[in-house]
Design a protein around this ligand. Structure first.
Ligand SMILES: *Cc1c(COP(=O)(O)O)cnc(C)c1O
Length: 377
């Protein structure tokens, strides 16, 4: 019989989750909206120091409403990170926007500001400036937000950060996403903290958040009867899910510390293997280390990320290749890309290791031993 399965990034409940869910039940707010949702939003604003936010059914919904609020329309140009999960750009794709993907830099694996600058200069010459820039905070590492915002400011181009993976991440002394036009966060089940499913749109712009809240509740005008001047969505987070989120947000800093300890443990035990490299931490911030990611250079290592992944799977351990860059996705073949061959190279070597905060030393050691055995062959 094989040993117990080790998952990539399972939910970790150990605090007040059940207690708050019970409170939500007791109050009978078994619905979207309710006191727990208000509490989650307040708590999130206090934690991130971003003054306004709205709780939604997912990070994807948050991105959709951000783009709606910024007036993105069919044919508009959007510049986005290529090294990301598809939900960064699926709302833009649904809206009929034209997407150009921007490669990452080597020091952060997030959007390379120099490539962004070059592309915006080209756009200016061609006479079609982007309507929004969407950089991603990758695996818990913030993009270089100030550099990106400075490039966009002279043209008044809004920046919507996909910080779905970045709850608890720091950029300079701020929370990731703080200072952008808007930031998107996810509480999906695989993220550093979860509400079983949910997301938040946050901004310094109260109007943008109020409009998102209005659209998220079917765009109901304030009349006693149902009056509609626009078409909205059903995107509000349930009060029950928000209750879980409130408890999870209480332990976010502890979770980020635990994730960092997991990364450091892997690094201590694996970094001396030839051909193994770890995701770098950019000097401008502090990653939440959502996932520990390694690069396996098959020429130096004598094995590939895929062989290591299969060896781990055989021992009932889940690992994953890195996000496949968007410009390599069949669905985006027609999109332009500013390609510096960074994301595509990372994808050829990258493996995300199990990073659950409830992993024991023994669990970590199981993973390490298998990787060592494979690399030393
Ligand atoms: C998880 C994730 C999303 C989507 O969040 P959901 O809450 O699952 O909709 C978007 N972008 C990135 C980079 C993600 O990792």
């Amino acid at each position: 019989m094989s040993e117990k399965r080790i998952f990539l990034s399972p939910p970790h409940m150990e605090g007040h989750e059940l207690e708050y869910v019970q409170q939500a039940f007791a109050s009978n707010f078994i619905a979207p909206c309710g006191p727990m949702l208000n509490r989650l939003e307040k708590q999130f604003c206090e934690y991130t120091e971003i003054p306004y936010c709205v709780g939604l059914t997912s990070g994807t919904a948050a991105m959709h409403l951000a783009l709606k609020g910024l007036g993105i329309k069919e044919g508009d140009l959007v510049l986005a990170s290529t090294l990301t999960f598809v939900a960064s750009v699926s709302p833009a794709a649904h809206m009929g926007a034209k997407i150009t993907f921007i490669d990452a830099d080597e020091k952060s694996w997030t959007m390379d500001p120099r490539l962004l600058q070059e592309e915006i200069d080209r756009c200016e010459q061609k006479g079609q400036l982007p309507k929004v820039v969407i950089p991603t905070d990758l695996y818990g590492q913030s993009c270089d937000l100030d550099a990106i915002c400075e490039i966009c400011r002279p043209f008044d181009i809004p920046v919507v950060v996909d910080s779905a993976e970045g709850v608890g991440t720091k950029y300079k002394r701020r929370h990731a996403g703080h200072g952008a036009t808007a930031a998107v966060y996810s509480f999906n089940g695989n993220k550093i903290i979860t509400s079983s499913g949910g997301g938040i749109l946050a901004s310094h712009d109260q109007k943008l958040i109020d409009y998102a809240r209005f659209l998220a509740t079917q765009a109901r005008e304030s009349f006693p009867y149902y009056e509609h001047k626009e078409i909205g969505y059903n995107y509000r987070l349930s009060n029950i899910c928000a209750a879980i989120g409130c408890a999870q947000l209480e332990v976010i800093d502890k979770r980020a510390q635990q994730k960092r300890a997991i990364f450091e443990y892997y690094k201590r035990h694996l970094e001396d293997l030839p051909g193994i490299e770890f995701m770098p931490e950019a000097d401008y911030g502090k990653s939440n280390y959502w996932l520990s990611v390694i690069l396996i250079d098959s020429l130096k290592c004598g094995t590939s990320y895929e062989k290591v992944r299969q060896a781990l799977e055989k021992e009932n351990i889940e690992s994953r290749p890195m996000w496949k860059p968007m410009h390599l996705q069949p669905v985006f073949v027609d999109c332009d890309v500013v390609d510096n061959m960074v994301a595509s190279k990372l994808f050829e070597q990258g493996l995300c290791l199990p990073s659950g905060t409830s992993m024991s030393k023994e669990d970590l050691q199981r993973v390490i031993n298998i990787i060592k055995n494979n690399c030393e062959k």
